[in-house]
Design a protein around this ligand. Structure first.
Ligand code: ZN
Length: 265
């Protein structure tokens, strides 16, 4: 077993948001993924969070190589520059031709940096929400510092899906839950100063909860700052157990079930 894979006594992890196409995995990607999805691994399922057209090709190719590896297709708002004008049609064809494409994502709004045109982000997001509706797929959403616009778009489009790496307030979480959406939590839940994430976690019912790494980023404590991988979800589950009183293994089982229901796996 790859030395980075954490054996914490828990099993059946579904990582609902990972980026194994990141260059951080260039040195040992095949070895890591092979071991991660082997029978002895604590990890059972991976969902590739696609960020651009090259990332969609990667996700589909990798999903073909590993039975329990699934993929989304979509353009992340940070990748709007030099966007292929045919992107929507290309994503549509990829989704229709590949049964392991189970979501449109990661798509959304990121107002954290000033460099990205907000109107253009909204246009890109809405076009992909239309695509998801057309394909009958859920949406994996990235939302940062854009709560008002995001909520307005959710009211209009009413997609099914998940808001990943949730960074909003408990009140915002409640509004998204009312609209039937799932909420994804990362290693942030293990950080001592993550009061906002913990308050939001408290309002999410078990049947709408997803765990995710967003790896290679967001490693949970005690691995904060290191390269993250999907087995570290064990530490997120342990933190969630402390917050909720529900045993970590039970939370992993519930989030596994939730992800398979949302992504139709
Ligand atoms: Zn991501």
């Amino acid at each position: 077993m790859h030395a980075d894979i954490l054996q914490d006594g828990l099993s059946g992890i579904f990582d609902s948001h990972c980026h194994y196409d990141d260059t951080a995995f260039d040195g040992d990607r095949a070895e890591l993924l092979g071991d991660m999805l082997s029978a002895e691994s604590p990890v059972s399922f991976l969902m590739h969070a696609c960020t651009d057209l090259a990332s969609a090709e990667y996700g589909i190719k990798t999903a073909g190589a590993y039975r329990n590896y699934y993929t989304s297709v979509g353009i992340h708002p940070e990748n709007m520059e030099n966007l292929d004008p045919e992107y929507a049609e290309k994503l549509r064809v990829l989704a229709l031709e590949n049964a392991k494409v189970k979501a449109v994502g990661e798509v959304g709004l990121d107002y954290h940096y000033d460099g990205y045109d907000r109107a253009a982000q909204i246009k890109l997001f809405e076009r992909q929400l239309e695509l998801a509706a057309e394909l009958g797929l859920p949406v994996i959403m990235h939302v940062r510092d854009a709560t008002e616009d995001h909520l307005a778009i959710m009211r209009e489009h009413k997609p099914k899906g998940v808001v990943h790496c949730f960074s909003g307030s408990a009140e915002t979480a409640e509004q998204l839950l009312d609209m039937g959406l799932y909420i994804g939590f990362t290693g942030v839940l293990t950080f001592k100063n993550a009061k906002k994430a913990k308050r939001a976690f408290a309002v999410v019912p078990a049947d709408r909860l997803l765990f995710e790494t967003d790896c290679p980023y967001m490693a949970p404590e005690p691995f904060r700052g290191k390269r993250c991988n999907s087995s570290m979800i064990a530490k997120i589950a342990r933190a969630a157990e402390t917050l909720s009183g529900v045993p970590a293994q039970q939370l992993i089982d519930i989030t596994n079930e939730n992800a398979r229901r949302l992504f139709d796996i």
